[in-house]
Design a protein around this ligand. Structure first.
Ligand code: ADE
Ligand code: ZN
Length: 387
């Protein structure tokens, strides 16, 4: 059996008839069996054996599949860009701005998120945002990143689609050479704006279709079900885009069903609330639908009270294809490897499971078979003592 793509605790064997498009022929090309975690964790000479996620000097190679580039806007960069664009923010310093980063639900976060990103105006701003993220991601072991962006939020402020995409692309086009990270762009639609506005955004992105692998659906979830966006996603699919959608973060399991059945998504972003519906869990498991779970985000936005209560172990036990991601790391107090570290510390995720989660991240990514095989091999050869 290859690195099992789903079952970390239950060790479910992947089927070679895997129907999921993001998985492709992976089962066949997966490296050899994942042995006991001891293979990866060498005993410390003095008997102390830190868990893998504690080894910050050599983080696990991983893919990040749920990352909003606007959510990587650190207060320091926001203030610098605001100054540059003569749009001063009403905060004396980064600490004062950071003090606003306390949230009680998704909407309370989105209010600050949209307000702060309003400083982004020029190609240089978007380029700085992308390079800032890639620098941090590299230090956290990211080898491949699928990056969301929210064009409607910028277009509403008079920033053209070309400025956003050209600015990001000026960095992402050479991300592999400069940062050692392959990247893809995913254009998200704001579900709390009209489907007409989303369709206009899609049309204005068509000249850049070669730079965008997929479309997604984000922003305030409750009251904005996927069923409102069927025509939009049908059009996006006809134009050659893959599809993903946030669902089941705050919204009910019915939104996950709709994302699968009506929007025909390849992955569900978040998806935590699937656990309330056993038939939905069975469907996600049977079809190997990846879930891009974001533990720190869920804690910071109040979906779970504290990390120790996060449903990730339950999702793993249910045989779901779970990946771990950072969502909006500048706002939630940690990047992807910080999430890996916290789930080890607070949820009892062991080293073998952590390696499985990293393997899942490559399996669920929009990579070619050759790229996927290369990354899985790198993961198989990973040694926490150093690369
Ligand atoms: N946009 C940025 N972060 C988001 C999240 N966690 N949920 C929905 N929309 C978002
Ligand atoms: Zn998100």
């Amino acid at each position: 059996m290859g690195l099992s793509m789903i079952a970390l605790r239950s060790r479910r064997v992947p089927s070679s008839a895997d129907p999921h498009p993001a998985i492709g022929k992976l089962a066949a090309s997966s490296p050899t069996a994942l042995p006991a975690s001891s293979r990866f964790v060498q005993p410390h000479p003095k008997g102390y054996c830190p868990r893998i996620a504690d080894r910050r000097a050599a983080p696990i190679p991983k893919a990040e599949l749920h990352l909003h580039i606007e959510g990587t806007l650190e207060p320091e960069l926001a203030l610098e860009v605001a100054d540059r664009n003569r749009l001063p923010l009403p905060y004396a310093d980064a600490a004062e701005l950071r003090a606003r980063y306390r949230f009680h639900n998704l909407q309370s976060f989105l209010d600050v998120y949209f307000e702060t990103m309003a400083v982004l105006r020029t190609e240089e701003d978007f380029a700085d945002l992308a390079s800032g993220y890639l620098n941090r991601a590299r230090a956290q072991g990211v080898r491949h990143a699928e990056i969301f962006f929210d064009p409607q939020a910028h277009i509403e402020r008079g920033v053209p689609m070309a400025t956003v995409i050209d600015g990001l692309w000026s960095v992402l086009a050479a991300s592999e050479e400069r940062y050692g990270i392959s990247t893809r762009l995913i254009m998200c639609f704001l579900r709390d704006r009209s489907p007409v506005s989303a369709m206009e955004a899609l049309e204005s992105a068509l000249p850049y279709r070669d730079r965008i692998v997929a479309v997604g659906l984000d922003s305030a979830e409750v009251g904005h079900p996927p069923s409102e966006f069927v025509e939009l996603f049908d059009r996006a699919r006809r134009e050659g885009f893959r599809c993903v959608a946030h669902a089941g973060e705050e919204g009910p399991p019915s939104y996950i069903w709709e994302a699968l059945d009506l929007l025909r998504v390849a992955r569900i972003d978040h998806g935590n609330r699937c656990l309330e519906d056993p038939a939905l869990v069975a469907r996600l498991r049977a079809e190997r639908v990846p879930l891009t779970v974001c533990p720190l985000s869920n804690v910071r936005l109040g979906a779970v009270g504290r990390m120790a209560d996060h449903p990730l172990p339950e999702m793993i036990d249910a045989g779901l294809l779970v990946t771990v991601n950072s969502d909006d790391p500048a706002y939630f107090g940690g990047y992807i490897d910080d999430n890996y570290r916290l789930i080890q510390r607070d949820l009892g995720i062991d080293d073998a499971q952590l390696l499985q989660l990293a393997g899942n991240s490559f399996r669920a990514a929009f990579l070619s078979d050759a790229e996927r095989a290369r990354y899985l091999k790198e993961l198989e050869e990973y040694s926490p003592a150093g690369r």
